[in-house]
Design a protein around this ligand. Structure first.
Ligand code: FE2
Length: 297
């Protein structure tokens, strides 16, 4: 990019691609070749940027196109680091549902569950507010209405469009409030074992919500808003979606046979994740280890 000198930068892909594009654009604007130089102060220092950033998502999940966050992996540590900066806000977002038509039921399911998790965790976040709540509600309602039929009728453009707009709205909600323990644990499972983000969320979502529901009425309130009578009905629906899309039944699926892993280390990484700070309840190491054990197989 530094050699080519583009005036428009397009990010087309899933969340990882969009996040990388955001970071590359900041480095390009600041004439830097390595992220390490920018880690402490991420901004576009040039007030008259050379380039416009255009983001085009090809999944229905991450909401990266709607957020000020870009997640990177520190190669020297088992952590994924969410970088936050207004410099990551795109100039243009294009939501084109035809790009989702080739998305498999598997990827449709786990990316949409990621978006649903953004909505739920945003609504229950310590930073929740009237603006974010309205985005979270409409996003989650549309995902619950359209996910199953979108998996069953893969080529239906209307269902895909609804999921895509819901993912954007969930991204806006998430951006206003951050998320919570589901994401913190998912980031840790991704960093230690390579569990893909949306799949990690789908595995721990019910377990974390059951923990949080003991201490906050917001969980039950939101579950009812999106059409379920209680947490157990929501958990049954989530399990049905996971089976329909053939998602793994536990994070153990990603552990190489015989490979040793330390549950307490994974839990400790989750507790240090910035998303844990906005969870409605302060989870202990023991709580996170229990959630990890519950969701292993
Ligand atoms: Fe996410």
């Amino acid at each position: 990019m530094l050699e080519f000198n583009p005036d428009i930068i397009l990010g087309i892909g899933g969340g990882c691609i969009l996040d990388n594009t955001k970071i590359a654009r900041v480095l390009y604007e600041n004439n830097e070749e390595e992220l390490s130089a920018s880690l402490k102060n991420i901004s576009v220092r040039n007030l008259d940027p050379k380039s416009k950033l255009v983001l085009i998502p090809t999944t229905c999940g991450t909401g990266s196109e709607a957020s000020t966050v870009a997640v990177v992996k520190d190669v020297n540590k088992p952590n994924k680091i969410p970088l936050v900066s207004d410099a990551f806000v795109p100039d243009v977002v294009i939501l084109d549902p035809t790009l989702l038509l080739t998305l498999s039921p598997y990827t449709t399911a786990y990316t949409a569950i990621d978006a649903l998790t953004h909505a739920i965790e945003s609504y229950c976040s310590r930073l929740t507010n009237i603006f974010s709540e309205s985005c979270a509600k409409i996003a989650a309602q549309e995902i619950v209405r359209n996910l199953e039929r979108s998996i069953e009728k893969q080529d239906n453009l209307i269902f895909k469009e609804k999921l895509q707009i819901a993912a954007f709205n969930a991204g806006v909600a998430q951006n206003a409030t951050s998320v919570g323990a589901v994401h913190a644990i998912a980031h840790a499972l991704g960093a230690h074992l390579g569990v893909p983000h949306g799949i990690a969320n789908s595995l721990v979502l019910s377990s974390v919500l059951n923990f949080n529901a003991k201490f906050s009425t917001k969980v039950e309130e939101f579950i009812k808003i999106i059409g379920f009578s209680d947490m157990s009905q929501f958990s049954e629906w989530l399990l049905k979606i996971r089976k329909l899309a053939d998602l793994p039944s536990g994070w153990n699926f990603y552990c190489a046979p015989g490979k040793l892993f330390d549950l307490e280390k994974i839990a400790q990484t989750a507790l240090e994740d910035i998303c844990m700070k906005t969870n409605s309840k302060n989870l202990t190491l023991e709580d996170v280890v229990t959630i990890l054990k519950d969701t292993k197989t």
